[in-house]
Design a protein around this ligand. Sequence first.
Ligand code: PLP
Length: 365
Amino acid sequence: MHIPFLDLRAAYLELESEIGKAISKILDSGHYVLGPEVEQFESEWAAYCEAKYSVGLANGLDALHLALLALEVGPEDEVIVPSNTYIATWLAVSQCGARPVPVEPDERTCNIDASRIEAAITPRTKVILPVHLYGQPADMDPILAIARKHKLRVLEDAAQAHGARYKGRRIGSHGDVVAWSFYPGKNLGALGDGGAITTNDIDIADRISVLRNYGSRIKYVNEIKGCNSRLDPLQAAILRVKLVYLDEWNARRSALAQRYQQGLSSCGLALPHVPEWAGPVWHLYVVQHMKRDALQKAFTDADVGTLIHYPIPPHRQQAYAHLNGCEDFPVASRLADKVLSLPMGPHLCFEDQERVIAILTAICS
Ligand SMILES: *Cc1c(COP(=O)(O)O)cnc(C)c1O
């Protein structure tokens, strides 16, 4: 009996008729780029995130890239990034011609270790770019304090953190600007690509909304060299349907996470560590074990899907070959060798989760 890592089809089928109606409405409207549906989603998403503004974009990488451009990051600048993130965080910096400067994570939370940030700051540093990895918020207060002290801006990569809270307040406007992805597998996922930014800064929101549309506010009048990165109204319509269910689906993830925490407590695994100020949304449930490869093989043999987030840290990728060997990020490298993401999602049933727990308990005891 196969247990998938994440069942996207089940997520679609739960909302099939509502999504069908939402799509038909757009097809029937005759309006297929930007327009009222995208604007509706933007205002609903901003409200959900407790932020003033949101701008819908084509994907999460563009959200990061355009946010950095809006913060005026360019060649010669440096941006502080986690050493253990998905490569998109780094690529967005590289796309601006700037240099990603990696800072190691706390090995227990897997989020950027704020106490290591100041040592990485140089006169060229412009932005700190924390990632709320696995749906756990990064420790924002010390990051914001460092940014204030050194006059830096803060961009948050919240691609895995839809609905997460930091000290009770939703992720969405702690930093200057927050980048979101609606890639299908995210907690709020479209049925295709999608992205957005949220911010309380009207100038940043305005700059990004001009950048995403050819640098144009008025048709055929181009103020700046922009790009085409508009959120598709079909995806906006789907996202509006799914946003209504986000809290409920996150609650299901949370119940699963609690059961994992209890069921696996005596397995000799390092389980996710949740600081008392964190309201995580369990985009991923990631355990750590020195014999990770053997555990993953046992799951594969039992027809259970697991994944590794991420098997090769950015500094060891060919894309960043100039860093290979020159700079070492041992925490990121060690995490890449021992993390394992267990099945997690709003459509994982308790019986299947019991089997996952039983498999781990059997090998680890
Ligand atoms: C998914 C993801 C992105 C990129 O999102 P896309 O929509 O796929 O471009 C960026 N950062 C992190 C941490 C992600 O998980």
